[in-house]
Design a protein around this ligand. Structure first.
Ligand code: ADP
Ligand code: MG
Length: 284
């Protein structure tokens, strides 16, 4: 009996958060680095279904890094990254597209099996995500920078309680498809929909002063502190686009952004429905 009452208390504790987030948009970026592990994926997708049934409007943006890199390795193609972004020629784009479609279908099917109502969205189709060629110190090839998101189309889907599963490709003015860093897509989508939250699920506890030193974990950062960490090269590689995405999203009206370890069971629920903050939050 006591145990049952405790369970009810847990539910009631979540009520203020359920009220606050009802019908609010939450954008979740699920990193490729942690997508491949089935147990973790099941737990993450289960949380997403829960959020959806609780009345939150969920957009899931996924990456595909390791699968793409593995295909590139088999094909014998070299992969170059500049500040966490993959240099993309025509052949690479073909591989990127194939792998992203596979992952998208996998997530959509698993969400369906778990009882959700997901829909896959390819950003390069129907002008969902429009891009221009990304400028960089080194030519990145067919890598896009998001210029516009069809937020109305997304909102219409969300209002029908659909979980959107977005694949990070966009279309240029030249009608060509472009590869986009999934962190940037999540940022652009969250900004254009003025999401309540932008959450990055990744393979590390959060932002660290030294990624190999668990004690150097940082639980809260302001925009200025986060900028400082990029300038001082504390934030490197794949963490760079994530932190930049958080900063930009906050500046464009997103209320809060988080970096969460996908390996923590039900970390998403903890972050949204309790005061127990996990991971790193970046705030204004
Ligand atoms: P995802 O697939 O989720 O996009 P990435 O591998 O692209 O993941 O980015 C996360 C990685 O960024 C971490 O595993 C870590 O190695 C690296 N990283 C670089 N600098 C930092 C830092 N200061 N704090 C945490 N992680 C960092
Ligand atoms: Mg990455």
């Amino acid at each position: 009996m006591e145990e049952a009452i405790k369970k009810a208390e847990v539910l009631i504790e979540a009520l203020p958060y359920i009220k606050r987030f009802h019908k609010k948009v939450v954008v979740i970026k699920y990193g490729g680095s942690i997508l491949g592990e089935q147990n973790i994926r099941q737990s993450v997708l289960e949380d997403i279904i829960f959020l959806s049934y609780m009345g939150l409007r969920v957009i899931l943006v996924h990456g595909g890094g390791p699968n793409i890199s593995e295909r590139m390795r088999i094909t014998g193609k070299k992969t170059d990254f500049v500040d966490g972004m993959r240099v993309t020629d025509e052949e690479t784009l073909g591989i990127v597209t194939e792998e992203l479609i596979k992952i998208n279908e996998l997530i959509v099917n698993e969400l369906k099996e778990l009882g959700g109502k997901p829909k896959g969205l390819d950003g390069s189709k129907d002008k969902i995500i429009e891009v221009e060629k990304k400028k960089s110190k080194i030519d990145l090839g067919l890598v896009g920078h998001v210029t516009q998101v069809d937020s109305q189309a997304m909102l219409d889907e969300l209002k029908a309680e659909t979980i959107l599963v977005v694949l990070p490709l966009g279309v240029g003015k030249d009608k060509k498809a472009y590869n986009i860093n999934a962190d940037e897509v999540a940022c652009a989508v969250a900004s254009s929909l003025e999401a309540e939250k932008l959450v990055f699920l990744t393979n590390i506890k959060g932002i660290m002063r030294n990624p190999s030193e668990p004690d150097s974990f940082l639980s809260t950062l302001t925009i200025n502190e986060a900028r400082g960490l990029i300038e001082n090269n504390v934030i490197q590689q794949g963490m760079i686009p994530k932190v930049k995405a958080c900063i930009e999203a906050l500046e464009k009206g997103v209320a809060k952004s988080h970096m969460i370890d996908a390996r923590i069971p039900h970390g998403l629920l903890l972050e949204i429905f309790t005061d127990t903050g996990i991971g790193t939050e970046i705030i204004k």
